[in-house]
Design a protein around this ligand. Structure first.
Ligand code: ADP
Ligand code: ZN
Ligand code: MG
Length: 637
């Protein structure tokens, strides 16, 4: 399995804020209500339960007084408590207005008989009295009121939720937020991009200067570049340099389940930004909403189209005098709707390239701040060994290096921590536990030796940096080759040699073991795709000629409809023939090399089985010992 340094990464999009769990809080309130109900009932029954004394009528009481059976009478408003001689208490009632003496004498009790009874009038008052006497009415009412209150609060809450649904949810970084402030100093490389953007910074800082000479500042700037090249970082830096408010939202955050929400969020976002002007609106990963309209399958993209339309409307609708600049970022500019790119919208496009060697060194320097390094650390070497790395990759390389040092209980990061991290970032972590059987180990060793040998003999391939049969990520082993310098252009000869090298493992397995495994499947895919691209994209086949038969983005289902094949069946069969011819020739080339250098192949494979990995220096000396001149790369000189 060969690995080059091209990688594809899908950036995770930040998830939108979840609405609070309505169901959960409803359950909580319901339980609370039930508890209150129980409490009410128990208090009620407690108060009621204290009145278990026997009841007697006033006339019976009068008789008892006449017989002298009553010791004392306590009058509370409305009720009479009579304590009898035998210490029983009986209760009676009378009208509130008349006194107890009057009532009893009306029943024929004489004053003399009355005087034997101890009569006291208990004028109860105060809070507790009223509470107790009113509780039978009060508690149920209270209960109902509380219940209603909770219910209305719930409904209101849900109402508020619906209300805030259409709000933009953009994250605001205020201009005076020192903690989150990013400036151009934090962004290494990207010189051209910074130059372009400093114009915008200038405008946001001093708009008057521009208005006075009648200059129109672009409303929209589109940042384009591979994932991790620092688009988001750069947008923040523009806001930080200009010292303006920064509203940031990701394209996917516009899109909700309900049609129209995205559009209303866009409206809200622009309104808020205008109020906060001067400001920058930043729409990250705009391809989530900004794809070509009308090409979709099914009816699922109504919402996206509405959102996109709203963005277009808003961008047309504000004047340059508003001092609001819209920035957007994407790594798929090819799928964007042309309407977005029309003048007056995102007409300023800034491309951010992968960093070159000196930029990589700068980025490494930025991320090495506040990290303790051992003396042997040489960031230039790290930068040389990381062609094709993006800023984000370099950031994670630094971080992996620090983690390695910490795990081995060292207080300083050493050069070999960083070097090991390069491979980790490039290929994923080593899987030492993934033990190969003896046979598998042998096959893998010959497979990788085949790649390395073909790569070393052919003139147009990149030098081999490392061979290993320790599995990493999904690969059982790998041959690492790195370009001598950053390349912008690739030639036909390089492609042809690359294909032959990819087939080196396959050929070696076939020659040595007379059998094939599933190991080379990825190699075959890569090689075939490359051969196909040569024919259909780059015009590198004589029989098809200088024609680009496929777009740069290959097959886009959502992009431009289904029938993207724009050539005849005849041409199609010519393409197939050409691809298989290229593959066959590459195969024969690899086979010839391996047959010619059979002893060298054995040497490399044996060393691999023994040591599991061979670094560049050792590999080069093996080559020299066998009469092959190793490729000189600037990287190791
Ligand atoms: P993008 O938005 O292009 O996918 P980001 O801006 O999110 O990439 O970059 C991710 C991280 O990578 C940044 O937070 C930063 O730490 C690092 N990075 C990327 N490019 C650079 C650069 N040019 N200079 C310094 N750091 C960078
Ligand atoms: Zn391989
Ligand atoms: Mg980004």
């Amino acid at each position: 399995m060969t690995k080059t340094n091209k990688k594809d990464k899908n950036k995770k999009k930040p998830a939108g804020k979840m609405p609070p769990n309505i169901k959960g809080s409803f359950l909580g309130n319901f339980i609370a209500s039930v508890l209150i109900l129980f409490l009410t009932i128990s208090i009620y029954s407690y108060l009621g339960g204290s009145r278990v004394n026997e009841k007697i009528s006033i006339s019976e009481l009068a008789k008892a007084v006449e017989f002298g059976d009553v010791k004392s009478i306590t009058v509370k408003s409305g009720s009479i408590e009579a304590v009898f001689v035998d210490d029983t208490t009986k209760i009676s009632t009378k009208e509130e207005t008349s006194g107890i003496e009057e009532v009893l004498s009306a029943y024929g009790v004489t004053t003399e008989q009355l005087s034997k009874v101890d009569i006291s009038v208990d004028r109860e008052g105060g809070f507790l009295y009223w509470l107790i006497s009113l509780s039978p009415i009060l508690f149920p009412i209270l209960f109902i009121v509380v219940f209603l209150w909770i219910m209305t609060r719930q409904v209101k809450g849900a109402g508020m939720q619906a209300f805030s649904f259409g709000q933009s949810r953009a994250r605001l970084t205020a201009p005076d937020d020192q903690k989150q402030r990013v400036t151009f100093k934090d962004v290494a490389g990207c010189k051209e991009a910074k130059e372009e953007l400093s114009e915008i910074v200038d405008f946001l800082k001093n708009p008057k200067k521009f208005f006075e000479v009648g200059a129109r500042i672009p409303k929209g700037i589109l940042l384009m570049g591979a994932p991790g090249t620092g688009k988001t970082l750069l947008a923040r830096a523009v806001a930080g340099e200009a010292g303006v408010a920064f509203f940031s939202i990701s394209g996917s955050e516009f899109v909700e389940m309900f049609v129209g929400v995205g559009a209303s969020r866009v409206r809200d976002l622009f309104q808020t930004a205008k109020k906060a002007a001067p400001a920058i609106i930043f729409m990250d990963e705009i391809d989530a909403v900004g794809r070509v309209r009308g090409g979709g399958l099914g009816g699922g993209n109504d919402e996206r189209e509405q959102t996109l339309n709203q963005i277009l409307v808003e961008m047309d609708g504000f004047e340059p005098t508003e001092k609001v600049v819209v920035m957007a970022a994407t790594n798929r500019p090819d799928v964007l709707d042309p309407a977005l790119l029309r003048p007056g919208r995102f007409d300023r496009r800034v491309t951010i390239d992968l960093p070159d060697r000196s930029d990589r060194e700068e980025i490494l320097k930025i991320h090495s701040k506040s990290k303790p390094f051992a003396e042997d650390v040489d960031l230039t070497v790290v930068a040389e060994r990381t062609p094709g790395f993006s800023g984000a990759d370099l950031y994670s390389l630094m971080n992996e290096g620090a983690i390695l040092a910490a795990r081995e209980n060292r207080t300083k990061i050493a050069q070999f921590d960083l070097i090991r991290s390069i491979e980790k970032v490039m290929l994923g972590p080593e899987r030492r536990s993934h033990v190969l059987s003896k046979k598998e180990k042998e096959i893998t060793a010959y497979h990788e030796a085949g790649h390395a040998l073909v790569a070393s003999v052919l003139p147009y391939t990149d030098p081999v940096h490392k061979i290993s049969i320790i599995s990493r990520g999904r690969a059982a082993g790998y041959t690492l080759k790195l370009p001598i310098e950053d390349k912008k252009l690739q030639s036909k000869n390089e492609f042809l040699d690359d294909i032959a090298m990819s087939l080196g493992g396959y050929v070696a397995e076939k020659i040595i073991f007379g059998d094939l495994t599933t190991g080379p499947s990825n190699d075959l895919q890569v090689a075939t795709a490359l051969a196909r691209d040569m024919v259909t994209k780059y015009g590198m086949s004589e029989n098809v000629g200088p024609m680009a038969l496929e777009g740069s983005n290959g097959k886009t289902i959502f992009g431009r409809g289904l029938n993207e094949k724009e050539y005849s069946e005849q041409v199609s069969s010519v393409i197939d023939k050409e691809v298989s011819r290229i593959m066959k020739e590459a195969h024969d080339k690899a086979e010839k090399i391996i047959n010619e250098h059979r002893p060298l192949l054995d040497t490399i494979a044996k060393r691999l089985i023994e040591k599991e990995s061979i670094e560049r220096d050792e590999f080069d000396s093996i080559l020299v010992a066998n009469g092959i001149q190793p490729k000189i790369s600037e990287a190791s000189s």
